[in-house]
Design a protein around this ligand. Structure first.
Ligand SMILES: Nc1ncnc2c1ncn2[C@@H]1O[C@H](COP(=O)(O)OP(=O)(O)OP(=O)(O)O)[C@@H](O)[C@H]1O
Length: 263
């Protein structure tokens, strides 16, 4: 079922159920449940150290949880390796950008598609077909267009502004053709105008491609304006979930987080 707004629990996509993650004796994530459905833009917010990135790492397989389950379109994937989850359609960007400055923007974006194809067929680079190359080119051009950065295709990331680099990173993830994309602070370093454009691109991405997005973000203006539904965590615990309007009104959230942010 595609997401129609409101509480997305049970709507399919990426489902996290009572997730627990410990680093040694420290419980970084404690009983977190959330759903990121197709066509939904879901925010995961909370103060620094709340456990948001740790939750992402458990969803993408970089960390094995101590408890709870992760499933994807009905299949349990809690113990699957990162590449298996990527092949199923879980994509991700990282808090710190990882672009290759020796490659052009177009080549960086194409890697998003090539990585997935190489993962499914390890010898692809030795015996890649013309149709594979065409698919990669097409995916890269389409992702560049989705982000409005076709004109930057032949430039090097090092020569671009932070805002432009963020869009290259997003385009690379889009080129991967994922069904659910986890974006970790993707608007960090952008100015207000760039952030507005970034939010519009996220919404158009959902409308045009039917993907779902799980967004970790500290920019409350962006979160409140683009998200359909929000999960709020603090000290590893779930403290509230609801629509942006409900979150804004919540005393619990205000006390834990929004009091210090521009709500
Ligand atoms: N590799 C690690 N080893 C031990 N503790 C860690 C590790 N990574 C994170 N932590 C701790 O786990 C908790 C959750 O961290 P996490 O990075 O998931 O929070 P976050 O909500 O993403 O924070 P931020 O908004 O600052 O990125 C914090 O107390 C952090 O110090």
């Amino acid at each position: 079922m595609d997401y129609q707004g409101g509480n997305p629990a049970g709507a399919g996509g990426l489902v996290v159920d009572k997730l627990v993650v410990k680093y040694g004796g420290h419980t970084a994530v404690n009983q977190i449940s959330l759903t990121a459905p197709p066509r939904g833009l879901i925010g995961l917010i909370g103060p620094n150290g709340a456990g948001k990135t740790t939750t992402f790492n458990a969803c993408t397989g970089l960390l094995r949880p101590t408890g709870g389950r992760v499933s994807f379109f009905g299949d349990e994937i809690t113990d699957e390796a990162p590449h298996q989850r990527a092949q199923r359609g879980i994509g991700r960007t990282f808090q710190r950008m990882e672009l290759f400055d020796s490659l052009s923007v177009r080549e960086n974006v194409a890697l998003g598609r090539e990585g997935g194809m190489a993962g499914s067929r390890p010898l692809r680079h030795l015996r890649s077909s013309r149709s594979d190359a065409a698919k990669v080119r097409e995916a890269a051009e389409s992702a560049l267009a989705q982000c409005g950065i076709e004109a930057l295709a032949d430039r090097r990331p090092a020569d671009l502004s932070t805002g432009q680099r963020r869009l290259v990173e997003l385009a690379r993830c889009i080129a991967g053709g994922f069904r659910i994309m986890l974006l970790d602070e993707p608007s960090s370093g952008l100015d207000k105008a760039e952030t507005v454009v970034f939010g519009q691109i996220l919404r158009s991405l959902i409308a045009d491609r039917g993907v779902g997005i799980l967004l970790v973000e500290h920019d409350m203006a962006l979160v409140m304006s683009v998200c359909d539904y929000l999960y709020v965590m603090d000290f590893g615990q779930p403290i509230f979930d609801g629509t942006p309007a409900e979150v804004r009104e919540s005393e619990i959230v205000r006390a834990a987080y929004l009091g210090s942010e521009a709500a």
